[in-house]
Design a protein around this ligand. Sequence first.
Ligand code: SOE
Length: 388
Amino acid sequence: MSNKQINVGMVGYKFMGKAHSNAYSRIGMFFPETVTPVMKTICGRDRLAVVQAAEQFGWEGFVTDWKELLSDPAIELIDINAPSDAHKEIAIAAAKAGKHLFCEKPLALNLADSRDMLKSAEQAGIKHMVGFNYRFAPAVQLAKKLIEQNRLGEIYHFRGWFLQDWLLDPDFPLVWRLQKEVAGSGSHGDLGAHVVDLAHYLVGSMSEVIGMSETFVPERPMPTAMSGLSAKGSKDAPKGKVTVDDATLFLIRFAGGAMGSIEASRFAAGHRCTNAFEINGSKGSIRFDFERLNELEVYFTDDDPDVQGFRRVLATDPAHAYMDAWWPPGHTIGYEHTFVHEIRELMEAIREDRQPVPNFADGVMCQQVLEAVDLSIAERRWVKISEL
Ligand code: SOE
């Protein structure tokens, strides 16, 4: 059994609230050696909905005002997974109250806000983590290991794309993810942010970018209800303006010399959640597609010529990160496990008294790239990351 517990207060109870709740409740069972999160209090403004979520997800209590979480001395960690416009105020107040922080991505609506959040967290001396969960797929951990061990040699190319198609229907309602003042940006900040983080994690920092973006459907009917990625509305309802990008695509020069590209779209028919990358180096290549998240395809140039080709490594053996905690080899894991691993990293960081990775500094670095791309689009030129 773990010898330590930490009391959690969580703001948000929809898609990410459910994913995080599931992860908190799994840690003690599968990673008993680490700190165990205790699901104390969940917060949401809609009383009926939050009561239901508390019961369904297994939280001990609920509140309807996040400030109550901060004034409760028993709460040690605040988890923020409400829409992006709520992140900054809650995070800064929670840091001032001395609570550790776990915040969903994108960290804030813009770079300046994310820098303020990092500064407050550093001044308060608390632990801070940002929710880039895809790093925690064992196959992505394998990619990281192969690169660190120089088994791909010098890296020449990073090619990443995160494609969805849930906006194809022009009558799909104007949900919060399509409003700049609530979401910060569209596919770029929602999907592209994950790929930027993976590119940073695997290949390193970027020196300059140039991009293009498009909003294919500029107006949509107002919603009557929304939850997660689904929403209700009538096509005859009054319309509102979409104020974010539907798709964004950009080129990258990495500080280490590699070339890259990242594409994010919610209009890629047939792609439900294709978060994929390919990396080519002097000694080999790797490719990953989240829709097959247990696998990493690997190619080595020094394989014998008669067996050369991409091999499919099923990253489920105990040799792979986290897998000794789960099932016997070949018994695959899923999306929800990336959150369990992510929160396990946060628990380990608290246990070892170090910052978790990725933390708010990684969130800021990501936001800097997103904004550099926006600037390059506005000014139709290459933008150095150091300009921001
Ligand atoms: C919706 O586009 C979404 O759920 C994102 O918000 C997540 O960050 C991504 O993991 C999957 O798609």
